[in-house]
Design a protein around this ligand. Structure first.
Ligand SMILES: *Cc1c(COP(=O)(O)O)cnc(C)c1O
Length: 349
């Protein structure tokens, strides 16, 4: 347990309170709608986000795919960022399983999609050359922009634009509670313009697995069928939902600590030779930085030394990224931040 893992917040272990809640969970067959703990989680999530209903799904990927499949027909087009998680990191599921094609537009430095670019990407109706544009997807926080939170005002503008053209708005809110915390707003305000939202219990909120898809009663009733098609109808899954309830009720309230630790980490890294980082670019729990060329230790070796000599796990320049990413979470305490800084300073001196 003394491993310090900064690769992602997905690596966060469940808390002792979650393990106890899981052991004691009251369960039933959720495909019959009879798991009281799942029902409680879904009702709590819908209430917290200010929507009518919610659906427990296996992962953020399933939440997004279920949303896309429920909103769209095969052959439809969705508009989303070129660096959207749905486009880059979900194994092409929207194409492979939903049969929709992606119309991608650039993600701006602040994590938004330019409104005019969205408008231009919407296909005119009544011309059989064109697919039907059905859906706009936003991501909040925006992963490719170091977890940049997207404001309620901007989201409302996108919602208005989408609805004006008869489109739906889906928010991939894997880290929507990080966004709400960073912006100091109620999460309801961030998702009010959206027709559907998915968010992860399994990232900074520490649950071992699970995501929620949230929307109108009518939408969620249809999404239940889609989830079943995707093999996501689980049985006594209240065991997981019990951890999800702790995630939702407790862990959403403490994300500010992770953001403060990310700032502490970024400010410390900025004082270490050979590290190039802008600490003012840290808004939530993610840090991006690079190591300059005249470093005394190659990046790959740095990754190896940290793991072997210091029990610190980092991703390095992995997954084709041109920056190193550190992500803080519940298990990255201020003391552990200092341990990381000491090790980095030693290796880069
Ligand atoms: C992690 C993530 C997902 C997918 O979640 P999984 O539970 O890993 O499938 C979707 N969108 C964003 C922005 C994410 O960061």
């Amino acid at each position: 347990m003394d491993i310090i893992d900064l690769r992602s917040d997905t690596v966060s272990w469940p808390t002792p309170e979650m393990r106890e809640a899981m052991a004691n969970a009251v369960v039933g067959d959720d495909v019959y709608g009879e798991d009281p703990t799942v029902n409680e989680l879904q009702a709590a999530a819908a209430a917290m986000l200010g929507k009518e209903a919610a659906l427990f799904v296996t992962s953020g990927t399933m939440g997004n795919l279920t949303a896309v499949m429920t909103h769209c027909q095969r052959g439809d087009e969705i508009i989303l960022g070129r660096e959207a998680h749905i486009f880059l990191y979900e194994a092409g599921g929207s194409a492979a399983l939903a049969g929709v094609q992606a119309s991608t537009i650039p993600v701006e430095a602040d994590g938004t999609l330019n409104l005019e670019s969205i408008r231009k990407a919407i296909r005119p109706g009544g011309n059989p050359h064109f697919p039907h544009t059905r859906l706009v997807c936003l991501e909040n926080t925006q992963g490719s922009r170091a977890g940049m939170p997207i404001s309620a005002e901007y989201t409302a503008q996108v919602g208005e634009l989408a609805h004006e053209h008869g489109l739906k708005l889906h928010i991939d809110g894997a880290r929507i509670f990080n966004a709400a915390t960073a912006l100091g707003v109620d999460v309801k305000a961030l998702v009010a313009p959206a027709d559907s939202i998915s968010f992860c219990l399994s990232k900074g909120l520490c649950a071992p697995a699970g995501s929620l898809l949230v929307g109108s009663r009518e939408f969620i009733d249809r999404a239940v069928y889609t989830r079943k098609i995707l093999g996501g109808g689980m049985r006594q899954v209240g065991v997981l939902a019990a951890a999800g309830l702790v995630a939702l009720r407790k862990m959403t309230k403490r994300l500010g600590e992770d953001h403060a630790n990310a700032c502490r980490l970024a400010e410390g890294l900025a004082t270490i030779p050979h590290i190039e980082i802008d600490p003012t670019a840290v808004h939530t729990n993610m840090i991006l930085f690079s190591i300059n060329d005249d470093t005394p230790i190659a990046p790959d070796e740095l990754v190896q030394r940290l793991r072997e000599d210091h029990n610190i796990v980092i991703g390095g320049y992995s997954n084709g990224r041109d920056k190193i990413r550190f992500v803080t979470h519940y298990w990255i305490t201020p003391e552990r931040v200092d341990t990381v800084l000491e090790a980095m300073r030693e290796l880069l001196a």
